[in-house]
Design a binder for this molecule. Structure first.
Ligand code: BTN
Length: 260
């Protein structure tokens, strides 16, 4: 195993309850599948599966998540939140807020925003993505797997991502790599805090905190079925877009700036 991701190094740095139990793979297909299997076998809330490399990393909307070894963080957290199955989208937003706060803490002075619903942007470039998959039994959420891919030390991109992707290291003054164990611990503590607040206090605390940290508000955007002015999010976390024919609420979509 690469030294910086040794399980004991990771456990020493974890400050909350998420990550106290963890499994680290040198290479795996997708930590989403590993965490789902661990959940089915009874893993506790907060159990983390991390990999140095993924050969079949998954992104939202069936996309691939490029996951080369040695540079970044790919992990999934088993959670068992006491929420309705319909709240998956809010868990994505709460996680996004946590990842945003962690990245902002690691890069003081940089503008770090959530690009609704599941991307983290540093000054317009994506550094992280979130994928939440849940297993429900009847009307009960049995487990939710929260997956995060964060570009930590990568500085080279395939042509299709050049200009659109970035990493913590690429955005830092100087060229010092980040310690992935420290970075993971910072992420987990912020993510755990926001997901717990969502469960305890409900959506409005997350939605209110997210509003000033959203990218593209007041800008022209397009999504799969139309285009308009992005007007932020409503109390349920849905995106509001002003179109020529009225305001549209998007519960699940991928918005992009119109000029891209
Ligand atoms: C997206 O932006 O489309 C979401 C990307 C989520 C990627 C992470 S990496 C760890 C976990 N395992 C996966 O296969 N996907 C998520």
């Amino acid at each position: 195993m690469v030294d910086d991701l040794l399980p004991e190094r990771l456990r020493e740095r974890v400050t909350g309850s998420w990550g106290r139990s963890l499994t680290v793979h040198e290479s795996t297909a997708s930590t989403m599948d590993d965490a789902a299997a661990a959940a089915a076998e009874g893993a506790n809330d907060g159990h983390v599966v991390l990999a140095d490399e993924q050969t079949g990393g998954r992104g939202a909307h069936g996309r691939h998540w490029l996951s080369p070894p040695g540079s970044d963080l790919y992990f999934s957290v088993v959670t068992r939140p006491a929420i309705e199955p319909t709240a998956t989208a809010l868990v994505t937003l709460a996680t996004g807020l946590g990842v945003r706060d962690a990245v902002a803490a690691l890069l003081p002075g940089r503008s770090v925003l959530v690009k609704w619903p599941n991307d983290i942007w540093i000054e317009g470039r994506k550094c992280a993505g979130i994928l939440v998959e849940s297993r429900t039994v009847g009307t009960r959420v049995e487990s939710m797997i929260i997956g995060v891919g964060l570009n930590v030390n990568r500085t080279q991109w395939p042509p299709e991502l050049a200009g659109a992707a970035t990493s913590l290291r690429a955005e830092r003054d100087g060229d010092e790599p980040f310690d992935r164990a420290e970075t993971l611990a910072t992420l987990l503590s912020h993510m755990e805090r926001w997901v717990n607040l969502l469960v305890k206090d409900g959506p409005s605390v997350v939605v209110d905190a997210l509003r000033p940290n959203l990218a593209l508000v007041g800008e022209q955007v397009r999504w799969e079925d139309g285009e308009g002015l992005f007007d932020g999010i409503d109390q349920d976390g849905a995106a509001r877009v002003r179109t020529e024919t009225g305001v549209v609420s998007l519960h699940s979509a991928r918005i992009e700036p119109l000029e891209h």
